[in-house]
Design a protein around this ligand. Structure first.
Ligand code: UDP
Length: 340
């Protein structure tokens, strides 16, 4: 079974490639390496997963001939589509870039898929499609009113997928991620963004001597300790949900959508405390004003994914922080070797 993974050289994509290979699927990675890393592709290619084959095609979703080259080279049974820009602040500053890359890129992928009769796609959506929570925890019936361009691009794609199902019979599963955290438990791949904007890697980077002081954005929210509450879902648990979503579609499942989270919220301060515990270090912190556009609380209701996909997240926040820390240590070594 051949699975096309767009964005397979990125953070969430690479963990999914490992899960797919380990489950015996052949994987074709399509990535333009703008945000993904060739080192990650090389690591994935060197995995010795018996029975499954991996190919990497460098290309851009905005160039139809690049997308076409994937489908003409390989028979594709299903697609898992990760490739996207995902920084909220940047999306507000440069909306055009986000509409082109995320929306138009996906339309190119879908229209080529239609040409080649590929009708199953698992799509990386986001809790950002819900916008400011009206109630919590957030289930899939919660209104989708995104408050930033990033969330709007993902919601547009969800809507496009509904229309494409009606017109062309493309079946999709949209997975709405809450806050993805952690790294591969064997430390082969991990979160590697430049610049890094996410909470856990930023706290952990501050443990290194050359790291910046960690900035805590907002301590006056209406939450248990004044800092924002988020639902941190482990990246390997997330990958397992993608495998289940893929199987659901391969077994003839209808278009559907699921929240991926843990049903539990942790505050920025709690995450910070776990980071100090896991690293055994006193981490320098500076209290800063609120970051624009951050809702106070975002917690998933994950009942539907449990019931329909049979998915259960297994890892704790501490598990995620442990693997994230091991990865940060590895990454800082790699980056300092590059500088030498
Ligand atoms: N945050 C922070 N310092 C940072 C990065 C994030 O205090 O360097 C806070 C951010 O304001 C939010 C939470 O951590 O309340 C999670 O932010 P992140 O960017 O990781 O994910 P988001 O919820 O925005 O998708």
């Amino acid at each position: 079974m051949n699975i096309l993974v767009t964005g397979g050289a990125g953070y969430i994509g690479s963990h999914n490639v490992i899960a797919l290979l380990e489950a015996g699927y052949n994987v074709i990675i399509f990535d333009n390496l703008e945000l993904g890393h060739i080192e990650t592709v090389n690591t994935l290619k060197s995995l010795n997963t018996k029975g499954s084959v991996i190919d990497f095609i460098e290309g851009n979703l905005l160039l139809l001939q690049d997308v076409e080259s994937v489908f003409s080279k390989h028979h594709i049974d299903a697609i898992i589509h990760f490739a996207a820009y995902s920084q909220v602040a940047e999306s507000v500053k440069e909306p055009l870039k986000y509409y082109y890359n995320n929306v138009l890129g996906t339309m190119n992928l879908l229209s080529t898929a239609i040409d080649y009769d590929v009708k199953k796609i698992v799509f990386s959506s986001t809790a950002a499609t819900y916008g400011e929570p009206v109630y919590t925890p957030i289930d899939e019936k919660h209104p989708q009113n995104p408050i930033n361009t990033y969330g709007r691009t993902k919601l547009m794609i969800e809507n496009i997928m509904d229309d494409y199902d009606k017109a062309y019979g493309i079946k999709s599963v949209r997975l709405r991620y809450f806050n993805v955290a952690g790294a591969d438990s064997q430390n082969r791949v991990g979160e590697w963004h430049n610049p890094e904007t996410h909470l856990i890697p930023n706290i952990l980077k501050s443990t290194f001597n050359n790291g910046k002081v960690f900035q805590m954005f907002g301590t006056d929210y209406d939450t248990k300790d004044g800092t924002c509450v988020r639902d941190y879902i482990n990246v390997e648990d997330l990958a397992q949900a993608h495998l289940l979503a893929l199987k659901y579609l391969l077994n003839g499942g209808e278009t559907n959508y699921f929240n991926l989270g843990t049903n539990e919220g942790s505050s920025v301060k709690e995450v910070f405390d776990v980071c100090e515990k896991v690293t055994g270090k006193k981490i320098p912190v500076e209290r800063k004003p609120r970051r624009a556009g951050d809702p106070a609380t975002l917690i998933a209701d994950n009942k539907k994914a449990k019931e329909v996909l049979g998915w259960t997240p297994k890892k704790t926040l501490q598990d995620s922080i442990k693997t994230a820390y091991a990865w940060e240590v590895e990454l800082s070594k790699r980056l300092s070797n590059q500088v030498k």
